[in-house]
Design a protein around this ligand. Structure first.
Ligand code: SAM
Length: 239
């Protein structure tokens, strides 16, 4: 349950150093001098750059592993609620890093156990992300109550908060009703506009989302349909 989930009270208190050890600022590894036994405030180690891409409900990590070499200068994070699945992805990335010694390959991707429906703004500052992937969410879409869905009016406001203007929310599903639901809710949200099909098809991330996610492969094997929709985070209106 969520009681066992560890999350920072504020993004500035998130320690990313164990997730992206190759990106830790040299010198920030040492305990700061001002930290005494009386001050219990955690001062996290600094990274040379911020996480910019999030994969919501990353499952077994197919998208992460495929994105790693395509955007080698960008830090990508998978968020997954299931303990064993998160562990699997962690091990998968560890192996890939070991197989590429002396390079930064796969150092830019990592995974974290989290409930993205609750704690997204605890991990990311406003406008921190440039891309959010929501790939094959909610397999039991119909049975779920509105509030439990990964795309909703409330959650879209959280995605809008952590996405920077111009950033993109990527969605894909094989469930037509869920596709409709996601399109309706993103289009109705004042912070988002749908990306044109032409631009969508020209985006290399769309092919990866279709072909490299575990669910995308499964749907491919079963010769099923995949429905894709992208939404751009608009500039905030000037009042
Ligand atoms: N995105 C992957 C793919 O396309 O292959 C996995 C899709 S799988 C059908 C949905 C995943 O979302 C599952 O691994 C599930 O555990 C995870 N998930 C569901 N609700 C979540 C939540 N609130 N926070 C984080 N992960 C969640």
């Amino acid at each position: 349950s969520d009681h066992q989930l560890v999350y920072p009270p504020h993004p500035e208190q998130m320690d990313w150093s164990t997730l992206y050890p190759e990106y830790v600022v040299k010198g920030s590894e040492e305990t700061p001098a001002e930290e005494t036994s009386e001050s219990t405030a955690v001062i996290p180690k600094l990274l040379t750059q911020d996480v910019e891409v999030a994969d919501i409900g990353c499952g077994f990590g197919g998208l992460l592993v495929a994105l790693a070499p395509v955007m080698p200068e960008t830090l990508v994070l998978g968020l997954e609620i299931r303990v064993s699945v998160t562990q699997f992805v962690e091990d998968r990335i560890k192996v890939l890093r070991h197989q590429n010694p002396g390079t930064k390959l796969y150092q830019n991707v990592s995974v974290l156990r989290a409930n993205t429906m609750k704690f997204l703004p605890n991990f990311f500052r406003k406008s921190q992300l440039s891309k959010i992937f929501i790939c094959f969410p909610d397999p039991h879409f119909k049975a779920r109550k509105h509030k439990q869905r990964i795309v909703s009016t409330t959650l879209n406001s959280e995605y809008a908060y952590v996405l920077k203007p111009g950033g993109i929310a990527y969605t894909i599903t094989d469930v037509p009703d869920l596709h409709e639901w996601m399109v309706q809710h993103f289009e109705a949200h004042p912070a988002f506009e749908r990306v044109s099909e032409k631009e969508q098809e020209a985006d290399p991330c769309v092919r990866i989302m279709r072909m490299e996610t575990e669910e995308g492969k499964k749907v491919e094997r079963n010769k099923g349909q995949k429905y894709v929709a992208l939404f751009r985070r608009l500039e905030d209106p000037v009042w």
